[in-house]
Write a protein of this length. Structure first.
Length: 454
């Protein structure tokens, strides 16, 4: 490379560095607009997986999505601070262009004690602008470092799921004995190694300073494994640049504060409504938004029994019960002779026919027969006990239904209300499962208050 080309490249990089604030503001503005939609979009994407998928590989997307939601909130907070500081920086730069000499202490005519204090504490506007510019750039880099940390945590959890997944391939007889032992051992070892790697990361490389060969050699390979699994390779340059240039106490303090604030935000709360039930507490004397279609968030997936609204002015209640994958075992246990309509797993859309034996074809045709479909619906009706004001509804007829809210699969029925007096009533849906504890019984019982209006 010639000297002219080298000088041109250096000048180009310098000009790019001097005008990096423009790119920062553009990226921050665009990022904040996108981040406003990310949590709702992730919830909308993950809710069907949580309700209709039992495969551990696919359900591994749930912790990944949760960490991405946390990362979006952190990114929004940091970028908001960045915009505020950048606005302050622009104001300082503009003020410096108008008044390059800064504060005129003599013109203020203060007492010498106040004048000396201002001279010792006030910096000129150029120095202040330069300092704020460095802080803004550091916040921009640190924000993405935090996001990558949460993504790494999600990848770590996904790798744990992949390591535990071989138990699903074991025969049913081995899952209870060998499977539990395998899970306990693998979880214990993997969590200990993960905590060791996390402690080294948060301590800014404390374990990498150990010179003993018996520790350094195996830890080197362990570090390389987690560097690959967690995706640390993609952002290690940001991490090592910060810890090698910024005082470690500052970085450790900021990381610890963010960690405790994030954990505290999700596990603690302040409340003085001591005579009001908790938000997640099931109660027959509480109106829950999730049970009413007219008050349900359009972005949320239907996961519980739902009726159109709190007020009923017709002769019936339209009740929709979403399909839950936990019902598969119950249907197989309580209903003999019914056949599944589909196979678990991925499949082709439409109809794809391969050369298979006639017995499998006959079994598939029997599964799709009207008799089998009717038998499944009869079994579903037996698994649910529906009552109004402690009076059990004797005849309940379900039909398969994809709810137009978000195309949720489930069962639809209509409960007559002509005999009910105007006023408050309570619709109760109970799943007839084997209850091992009262807590499990309460968890499978839904109470939906409604008012009959004539």
């Amino acid at each position: 490379m010639s000297l002219h080309d080298e000088n041109f490249e250096q000048n180009w990089v310098k000009q790019l560095h001097n005008r990096s604030w423009e790119m920062e503001l553009l990226i921050v503005g665009f990022a904040l607009l996108v981040l406003m939609r990310v949590p709702e979009s992730l919830i909308e994407f993950l809710s069907p997986i949580e309700s209709t998928v039992s495969n551990p590989f696919i359900r591994g997307l749930i912790p990944l999505g949760f960490t991405l939601i946390v990362a979006t909130y952190i990114m929004s907070f940091n970028l908001g601070i960045h915009i505020i500081l950048r606005g302050y920086w622009i104001g300082i730069v503009g003020l410096n262009s108008v008044f390059p000499d800064g504060v005129n202490i003599e013109k203020l005519n203060f007492h010498p004690r106040f004048a000396d204090y201002l001279k010792s504490k006030l910096h000129n506007l150029a120095e202040t602008a330069l300092r704020i510019d460095k802080i803004c750039s550091a916040i921009f880099a640190f924000t993405f470092l935090l996001i990558f940390i949460f993504i790494s945590l999600a990848f770590y959890l996904l790798s744990m799921v992949l390591i535990l997944s071989p138990i699903t391939l074991l025969p049913e007889g081995f899952k209870q004995s060998v499977g539990q032992f395998y899970v306990l051992i693998v979880l214990f070892v993997y969590i200990i190694l993960g905590l060791l790697s996390a402690a080294d990361f948060l301590s800014l490389g404390l374990f990498k300073k150990i010179k003993k060969g018996w520790f350094a050699r195996p830890y080197y390979w362990l570090s390389r494994y987690f560097r690959f699994i967690t995706g640390f390779t993609f952002y290690q340059s940001i991490y090592y640049t910060l810890i090698s240039n910024v005082p470690r106490k500052i970085i450790a303090t900021i990381l610890s504060v963010y960690l405790f604030i994030t954990i505290g935000f999700f596990i603690t709360r302040y409340d003085e409504t001591i005579y009001f039930p908790k938000s997640g507490q099931m109660s027959a004397h509480r109106v829950l938004q999730k049970h009413y279609l007219d008050s349900l968030d359009p972005e949320h997936y239907i996961k519980s029994p739902i009726i159109p609204g709190k007020f009923v002015n017709t002769g019936f209640i339209e009740l929709f019960i979403p399909y839950q994958i936990t019902e598969n075992d119950s249907l197989q246990k309580y209903c003999d002779g019914i056949l599944p309509l589909k196979s678990i797993g991925f499949s082709f859309k439409g109809t794809v026919v391969f050369n298979v034996d006639s017995s499998r074809i006959r079994k598939a045709e029997k599964a799709q027969s009207e008799e089998n479909i009717a038998a499944i619906l009869d079994c579903v009706a037996k698994l649910y006990e529906i009552s109004i004001d402690d009076s059990i509804v004797q005849e309940v007829h379900f039909l398969f239904y994809n709810h137009p809210h978000s195309d949720e699969p489930g069962y639809l029925t209509a409960i007559p209300t002509e005999a009910l007096n105007p006023g408050l009533h309570r619709l109760t849906i109970r799943k007839k499962y084997d209850f091992s504890t009262d807590k499990k019984r309460l968890a499978t019982t839904f109470h939906i208050p409604f008012w009959v209006v004539r």
